[in-house]
Design a protein around this ligand. Structure first.
Ligand SMILES: [Ca+2]
Ligand SMILES: [Ca+2]
Ligand SMILES: [Ca+2]
Ligand SMILES: [Ca+2]
Length: 317
């Protein structure tokens, strides 16, 4: 009898903890209202990193594609940035001494090389260190130096930016609503240039904004499973009635104390799947992104196309 009561109490306790994060999806329909025309303007040939707002069905105002710290946070240093930044031809041209050392509260020094399709915010041990200087296009690559103590909790907010706000898509000239893809790759080294970690399937990945959904019923959502792989991701010219799904971010998603064990493992994607084989921001730095023996994978959730706001986490002992 006592054992049964204890078992019930344990079950109850674990249910209440996981329910803090296991939220139902909420939905919006149609285009969001633009609240910013573009976080930066990179001129002709680039896409404007506009930001929008739309109310979801439980009456919460949602910022799309994401609420970011772009305007207030330090920008990561450039490896390759066609939007008024540095354009290195290779990693050997990088003068590491010119890259500021950011403070994540510790003494060991690290260097991280990062590339996102399209935008990242990097947290180490709960501290926001730097954000991607180019939110949408042209695709760019970055380097961040920092001091921290192990274990390192790396937490990244990654955003596949969008042109049709709230409908996770771009006008690509062929289709007016063509869903774009995400992708994030990183290589973390110590001061001696030994690999500390690379992005791979051992990271955790969770989506918080999935769009466009032609039909909401395609979404498989239960506890921490948020699978949109059965959903249609083809481009269309008319997206009337299309939806987006949202889940609230846990307030402490970037903290070392956050328990991500119930999140899905990250999925890995090829360079070809992400579409970087002709992008100098990537190919000029294969030495760090495709390192022999430490080849970092592009990672994302299970849906590279429809999941647009993704949190990626990894703890390194
Ligand atoms: Ca970027
Ligand atoms: Ca993209
Ligand atoms: Ca690689
Ligand atoms: Ca997308």
């Amino acid at each position: 009898m006592i054992a049964r009561i204890i078992a019930a109490a344990v079950l109850c306790a674990s249910t209440s903890v996981s329910s803090l994060y296991a939220q139902e999806a909420s939905f919006s329909t149609g285009l969001a209202s633009q609240i910013k025309p573009g976080l930066i303007d990179c001129g002709p040939g680039s896409r404007l990193s506009a930001v929008g707002e739309i109310r979801s069905n439980e009456n919460t105002m949602r910022t799309v594609p994401a609420a970011t710290n772009f305007e207030s946070a330090p920008k990561a240093s450039d490896l390759f940035n066609e939007c008024g930044g540095t354009r290195l031809l290779s990693i050997s041209q990088l003068d590491l001494q010119s890259v500021p050392v950011l403070d994540a509260g510790g003494v060991e020094e690290f260097v991280m090389y990062l590339f996102a399709d399209n935008y990242f915010e990097l947290y180490i041990n709960g501290q926001l260190l730097a954000v991607d200087p180019v939110p949408f296009t042209p695709l760019n690559s970055s380097v961040v130096r920092f001091k921290a103590d192990r274990p390192l909790t790396i937490a990244v907010m990654a955003v596949d930016w969008e042109e049709n706000l709230g409908l996770g898509s771009e006008n690509d000239g062929d289709k007016a609503f063509q869903p774009g893809n995400g992708g994030f790759v990183a290589h973390l080294q110590d001061l001696a240039k030994n690999t500390v970690t690379i992005t791979n399937r051992r990271w955790r990945a969770q989506t918080f904004y999935t769009s466009p959904l032609q039909n909401r019923d395609c979404l498989v959502a239960s506890r921490q499973i948020r699978r949109s792989t059965p959903c249609d991701d083809r481009g269309v010219d008319n997206a009337d009635g299309f939806s987006a799904a949202y889940w609230d971010l846990p307030l402490d998603w970037m903290m070392p104390s956050f328990d991500d064990r119930s999140w899905p493992s990250a999925s890995s994607y090829s360079n070809k799947a992400v579409g970087v084989e002709s992008k100098k921001a990537f190919t000029n730095f294969r030495d760090v992104f495709d390192t022999e023996g430490a080849d970092a994978d592009f990672i994302w959730t299970s849906n590279l196309i429809l999941d647009n706001l993704v949190i990626l986490r990894k703890t390194v002992e």
